[in-house]
Design a protein around this ligand. Sequence first.
Ligand SMILES: NC(=O)c1ccc[n+]([C@@H]2O[C@H](COP(=O)([O-])OP(=O)(O)OC[C@H]3O[C@@H](n4cnc5c(N)ncnc54)[C@H](O)[C@@H]3O)[C@@H](O)[C@H]2O)c1
Length: 366
Amino acid sequence: MIDYEGHDDHFSAKNMSVFSHPDFDDHEAVHAFCDPSSGLKAFIAVHNTNRGPASGGTRFWTYANDTDALTDVLRLSRAMSYKNAMAQLDIGGGKAVVLRPEGEFDREALFAAYGRAIESIGGTYITAEDVGVSPADMAVIKTQTDYVAGLTDGENASGDPSPITADGVFRGIKVAASRAYGSTDLAGRHVAVQGLGHVGYALAEHLAAAGAILMVADINEAVLAKAESELDAIIVSPEKIHAADVDIFAPCALGGAVNADTLPEIKASIVAGAANNQLRSPDMADALKQRGILYAPDFVINAGGIINVAAEVSGHYDPAWVTGKLDQLEDSLAEVFDRAAAEDRTTADVAGEMARQRMAAIRQWR
Ligand SMILES: NC(=O)c1ccc[n+]([C@@H]2O[C@H](COP(=O)([O-])OP(=O)(O)OC[C@H]3O[C@@H](n4cnc5c(N)ncnc54)[C@H](O)[C@@H]3O)[C@@H](O)[C@H]2O)c1
């Protein structure tokens, strides 16, 4: 079973607090916003601003309760600090979740209220797209605040970050293939893509163009039909995609794809995809290593989108700079794989250490 970002049941919804929350990691600030007239309920978490203003996308999602939303924002914002530090961007780590209201609601009014919430915290957090949010929503947020990126209009606009994320994941998959199979050639390789959304579909297109044979799953029938006709993809049920008989498993839906239930059934020798927080719990990294499965740490391989956002945030969007950063992403991932192999450690452990060093190394903002 996949859920949102790998939630466990160990923290009771009746017992919501921030500082004693198991996923609280010395976050600099955790803001809760409510606007009854639009139905807005949102959390913005600023994890770490050592490298610059906290940046990360906004997720718009239906949560079972407030605690689940808080858990998600705490984990996602921490992952953004790691991702942004690993990619050596001049931005810190933050994330937001907007709880999808029950029943009818005015989307424009909701995102306008959310834009005012961002404005009220004075630039400590800069948002962009994440799951459930589109460039059109960013345009509404922009009417209320300048602390927003991933815009499609304006001379410095970087647009939807998803295609760049997919490009980075595709490059990372080839780095992983070079380690696991001695070649970056993906022709004839079987790849399972879990989730054909903004990133997953674009990744599937790259893979198909490289000659890979695709197995895909989604809960959206229309996108499956498209992948079947356009990419010759084989459709697999969402419950079974992790267990597909493939070389590479690419989680591109929500978090927690690798967990105690799915791990024993994974047949792939590489796990590399776009989803944030793919490991439901840290011990999954050891379990993957023990099974000889090469794991590309999510916060290393899926940084393309935030790289694109950082280019916009810098005030001078430059596609050549973005491409250079994607080259650097490949180098960082290769370094993670090399060090993990040389030191007999998990790739997640090595990547986490590298990110923490890059986070601690500078305090250049504020
Ligand atoms: N968009 C980006 O640039 C970006 C950057 C970094 C990380 N990510 C991460 O990548 C993942 C995908 O992001 P996205 O922007 O493509 O989101 P999206 O909402 O466009 O796509 C998610 C897809 O997963 C599908 N899905 C949901 N539950 C599923 C299930 N149980 N089984 C199979 N499919 C399921 C949805 O129907 C949808 O098609 C997320 O974890 C996101 O946080 C995205």
